[in-house]
Design a protein around this ligand. Structure first.
Ligand code: ARG
Length: 611
């Protein structure tokens, strides 16, 4: 708010400093919470520190806090009392501008109602960001851990996009490896020609095959000699199949592509359901060939070392190349003795593609936190390789998800399938909705149940710090109290219902037409809290996007919902003391509704009108 005024003042400050040879540092403004008035504040410590630095060796002594205060005072005198500002203070090196309350409130509300779904959006940043997420291995079903990855990546994409970055959403499924071949092997041997009905059923079936095959191929306790022979035979068949895949055997490749499609169909169906639209699909298998060329390139640049002659591999001694004394990145293999590439090698060629073909300036990877060393190494090699973007590569790690029942293990078949959890959430919410809102039509109920069920799941994932493990508890997530999706969605529904009531009972006047509404009455603490949170939304967008932390937005959404619920209980709107106050409050309700919707959208959650 008051950004025009703040900018004008900033302009005056710059002119003043230039005229007085003050080496002005970049000014950062922070909101001052309500204490009789709202305000904004900036400090001159950095500027004073710059002066102190410049004065070094000149014999002039600059005491930073004292000098900061001097500058603040001089500027206070310089700028006087600009329009819309109630008063200006210079205290302890800070310049504080206070706003006329009524005007601050009105401007906050007006800009929200004007900008609507764009309220809070940042200015274009002129940088292209690629967010890579939704990259489960194929020939597997989509489990709750994959869901955490997907929703985290989507929320982050929405945040950076809204903050003004040009954003590309990318996926990178692992579509080859011994696990994938294991599924092909059992399919070919025992299930050939079978194919369950239904996209999801087919996807999940592949997971069942994987579990069964792993069971057959794992050594058992008290294994008999016959069992052992059989197991070894199976394993040999599987490895033979992998060799054929590698050699480009047409039959195996066709089988692989067909079954891979089954997994991708399932993945795409789920992504569609949860509102994710991937722009670019990369595949691990595709990176295999180009990554061999990358190895050669790194050898030519003397970044990699070829030790294959001594029975070793092609490696990168990152620490040594960076001149580090202590071990940090360790030594990495890029090419095995037999000439095969590794996961890291493929990530190098993929990164090169992202930078060179897609013009990516910032590259974010949403991947299991246990891969953090892998990404540190990859980014370090990219730096050695000369990519400037290496500094703007970021690994957003996330922890493990389990249910209160215990941990998952794909190999043992203990997997929490996302579809099961989503179906259950939707089913449970349908029941709750029947109790709470019996008059809803079946059709509307189905839609709301999906919105709230999925919103509950998304919020449960995004409201915990991404790097921490989390236990997903359906009873908690679906609750209407506490930090949950439904609690926030319900604030939106309440706001919608007040506005609807006004339109129905009143003169069908649209709230947007209440332009004259002003806040020239004594605001309650509930209104103050609400207006303050609303005015802060653009800063929260910026923070969450800059720090790559959707949780910041999740926390904000809860705080806003909570402030709205308190307001709703304590302050009359339609029955306000006067029509003028009612109109101002209606506009506040409309602004809160809009901002709740914007915040939820950035979390990948829809905002229902009824529930
Ligand atoms: N498919 C991999 C896995 O499931 C994740 C891929 C992560 N992305 C990357 N660029 N390495 O572990």
């Amino acid at each position: 708010m008051f950004s025009t005024e703040t900018l004008q003042i900033q302009e005056k400050i710059a002119v003043y400093c230039a005229a007085n040879d003050i080496p002005l540092a970049e000014l950062k403004w922070a909101p001052i919470p309500f204490n009789g008035e709202w305000g904004t504040s900036t400090s001159f410590f950095q500027t004073a520190a710059n002066e102190a630095k410049a004065a070094k060796g000149t014999g002039k002594r600059v005491i930073v806090p004292q000098r900061a205060q001097e500058i603040a005072e001089a500027i206070k005198n310089e700028i006087g009392t600009p329009n819309g500002i109630s008063h200006v203070e210079a205290v302890r090196g800070y310049l504080n501008l206070y706003f006329i309350t009524e005007e601050f409130a009105e401007r906050t509300i007006s800009s929200i109602l004007q900008e609507k779904s764009q309220f809070g959006a940042g200015k274009p940043k002129h940088e292209r960001v690629m967010v890579e997420y939704a990259q489960p291995n194929t020939h597997h079903s989509f489990h709750i851990g994959h869901y955490r990855n997907a929703i985290l990546g989507e929320s982050l994409s929405r945040l950076v996009e809204f903050a003004g970055f040009e954003t590309i959403r990318a996926a990178y499924p692992g579509d080859i490896g011994l696990g994938v071949i294991t599924v092909l092997w059992i399919y070919e041997k025992f299930y050939k020609g079978q194919e369950p009905e239904g996209v999801h059923e087919r996807g999940q079936w592949l997971l069942n095959l994987y579990v069964e095959a792993t069971n057959m191929l794992t050594e058992k306790e008290n294994e008999t000699e016959d069992e052992k022979i059989l197991r070894e035979k199976y394993d040999a068949e599987r490895r033979d199949m992998y060799r054929k895949w590698d050699a480009g055997d047409e039959y195996i490749r066709a089988l692989w592509l067909e079954t891979r499609e089954w997994s991708l169909d399932e993945l795409k169906e789920i992504l569609l359901q949860i509102g994710i639209n991937i722009d670019t699909w990369f595949f691990e298998s595709v990176e295999d060939e180009p990554s061999k060329a990358v190895v050669q390139e790194l050898l030519d640049l003397d970044i990699a070392t070829d030790e294959r002659g001594e029975g070793g591999a092609v490696i990168v001694k990152i620490d040594e190349k960076l001149g580090l004394k202590k071990e940090k990145y360790r030594t990495n293999v890029l090419l095995r003795n037999d000439g095969t590439t590794l996961y890291l090698t493929k990530d190098l060629s993929l990164a090169k593609k992202k930078f060179n073909e897609f013009g990516v300036d910032r590259s974010i990877y949403v991947v299991d936190v246990r891969q953090s060393l892998h990404f540190m190494q990859a980014f370090a090699i990219l730096g050695l390789w000369g990519f400037e973007q290496a500094e703007k590569c970021y690994h957003l790690g996330y922890g493990f998800v389990s249910l209160p029942g215990g941990a998952m293990s794909a190999r043992k078949g203990r997997v929490i399938i996302f579809k099961d959890v989503a179906d259950e959430a939707i089913r449970r919410f349908t029941e709750t909705s029947k109790e709470k809102n019996p008059n809803l039509s079946e059709e509307a109920r189905a839609e709301v149940a999906e919105t709230v069920g999925l919103g509950a799941l998304a919020y449960a994932m995004l409201s915990v710090d991404n790097s921490r493990d989390t236990i997903f508890d359906m009873d908690v997530a679906l609750g209407f109290e506490g930090r949950t999706g439904p609690y926030i969605q319900n604030a939106h529904v309440r706001a919608a219902s007040i506005l609807k009531k006004f339109q129905v009972e009143g003169s069908k006047l649209n709230v947007e037409n209440l332009k004259s509404a002003t806040f020239n009455f004594e605001l309650t603490s509930h209104e103050i809290a609400l207006i303050e949170l609303l005015s802060n939304f653009p800063n929260v967008v910026e923070d969450a996007a800059n720090q790559y932390r959707p949780m910041i937005m999740a926390t904000y959404a809860y705080d806003l919902a909570s402030a709205f619920h308190s307001f709703y209980h304590a302050v009359p709107v339609l029955k306000s003391e006067t029509d003028a106050i009612r109109d101002a409050r209606l506009r506040l309700v409309a602004a809160a509704k809009q901002t709740l919707a914007n915040a939820l959208k950035l979390l990948g959650i829809n905002a229902p009108e009824v529930m």
